[in-house]
Design a protein around this ligand. Structure first.
Ligand code: HEM
Length: 232
């Protein structure tokens, strides 16, 4: 599902290196994890790289996203780019929305089918990895074009929308490390075979992602419509 992105496969595989065996898979009646021991030892062996990939990288990328987000808002608020760039910005905004949100909906749908046992665990993860440029490229365009169309920071819905944009980006970044672990899980791993805590993380990340994407898109549309109706 969705990462800014795909959440379902992502959270399922959450940090194998730091996750207790009981979290990695549902304990069998004999008290054993359903994740093979060989796979766990591979994950545990990657401690230092795990720290870099699971913590430092998302932290740095979160900083980059937060700076880009703030720059877009400040530029949009303080600069007037004129009517021509405004028109171009709006067209690019909608195109970028199709790229990123459209891609996310497809990935989330395949992740949902995995939850229902109708798709293999690796399908959404692979699709998400291939679609990363579309999702993040689309988001970068949304930020840049959003600045051109002059967000109204005095409006509460607009502020809520912009907060949603930041949250969905951070949510996507922090579930990405888990995705790598998911791709290391056996292809026939079912949602029910994953530990309860990880399943919960999965569902929470999915809920955050979907709530934020839909809120941002609907508030954007509502704002535009109201502005057109009022003729401003
Ligand atoms: C996930 C990111 C985003 C989504 C899904 C999104 C979605 C949308 C949508 C659907 C519209 C309506 C377009 C129309 O009907 O003409 C819109 C308009 C708009 N968006 Fe975004 N947007 C996002 C990010 C941003 C950002 C980061 C900014 C500002 C920096 C921004 C500023 C605006 C503005 C100013 C409008 C025009 C609203 C108006 O006419 O008052 N958006 N957005």
């Amino acid at each position: 599902m969705n990462n800014v992105q795909s959440v379902v496969p992502v959270v399922v595989g959450a940090s194998v290196a730091e996750t207790p065996a009981s979290d990695m898979g549902e304990a069998s009646p004999h008290g054993r994890s359903s994740v093979p021991a060989a796979q766990m030892s591979v994950a545990v062996a990657t401690g230092r790289e795990g720290l870099r990939d699971d913590l430092i990288r998302p932290l740095l990328l979160s900083g980059v996203c937060a700076v880009g987000w703030a720059a877009a808002i400040l530029a949009g608020h303080y600069c007037d780019f004129g009517p021509m760039l405004h028109r171009i910005g709006l067209a690019v905004h909608i195109l970028a929305l199709v790229f990123s949100f459209g891609t996310i909906l497809v990935i989330d749908w395949i992740g949902f089918l995995w939850l229902l046992g109708k798709r293999a665990i690796h399908e959404p993860g692979r699709l998400e990895a291939a679609a990363k440029p579309l999702i993040w490229g689309g988001l970068a365009l949304l930020l840049a074009s959003g600045a051109l169309i002059h967000p109204d920071l005095s409006s509460t819905p607009t502020r809520v929308k912009l907060a949603c944009v930041l949250v969905l980006m951070l949510n996507g970044l922090w579930i990405a490390p888990v995705m790598r672990r998911v791709l290391a899980l056996p292809p026939d791993t079912r949602f029910g075979a994953v530990g309860r805590w990880l399943r919960m993380r999965l569902m929470i990340a999915l809920a955050i992602s979907q709530t934020c994407w839909w809120s941002a898109a609907l508030i954007g549309m509502l704002n535009s419509t109201l502005r057109r109706w009022s003729g401003s």
